[in-house]
Design a protein around this ligand. Structure first.
Ligand SMILES: [Zn+2]
Length: 182
């Protein structure tokens, strides 16, 4: 689901502690240039002991805390690039879907279409785990299939207190968000 229009350029490597097992994590930073846009920083990490993988993506120029709103309403809209940093909340209200920040939250860069495909994959996986929720799952899967085929309009919202996320499109709307407290 990750795009590689241009090759990300590696520029930094460092180590840290694995949040899962305390082992040695090796982090690598890459700069990724998006055509007609600013650069994005991609950090990947891998634990040498347990294999835990970490990924985060953020803008190189931090913005004000903001709500990023993008409406998908016609063919082609699904091709907009979504840069979601690990500390932000991502919502698709019409589909009842969200991604919350947390200790194991990962950042990603993908298209809106890639996001829908990823939600479909995760929902399918969760549904197989929990048979009791089948009816509920079927409804979500049906909505995701319609979203994928461009049969319904929906909104992708990122609530970004860190100012490190964006949706790359001329029709993205930004609202001011109160900065994080504490
Ligand atoms: Zn580990």
């Amino acid at each position: 689901m990750y795009l590689d229009i241009n090759e990300p350029v590696k520029f930094n490597e460092y180590t840290g502690k694995c949040p899962v097992c305390g082992g040695l994590m090796v982090y690598v930073d890459y700069v990724y240039r998006i055509p007609y846009y600013e650069s994005v920083l991609i950090t990947t990490g891998k634990c040498s002991s347990c294999g835990y993988k970490y990924r985060d993506v953020r803008l190189t120029d931090q913005k004000e805390p903001r709500r990023i709103i993008y409406r998908v309403e016609k063919p082609g809209d699904e091709r907009a690039l979504v840069i979601r940093s690990s500390g932000s909340i991502l919502l698709i209200p019409e589909l009842g879907l969200s991604i919350e920040p947390g200790p194991f939250s990962q950042g990603f860069i993908t298209t809106v279409e890639g996001l829908i495909m990823d939600f479909a994959e995760k929902t399918r996986f969760l549904c197989e785990e929990d048979k009791e929720k089948k009816a509920e799952c079927d409804i979500v899967m049906e909505k995701l299939a319609k979203a994928r085929d461009g049969l319904i309009s929906y909104t992708v919202i990122i609530e970004d207190k860190t100012g490190l996320s964006d949706i790359v499109s001329g029709k993205t709307i930004y609202e001011k968000l109160q900065p994080a407290t504490g």
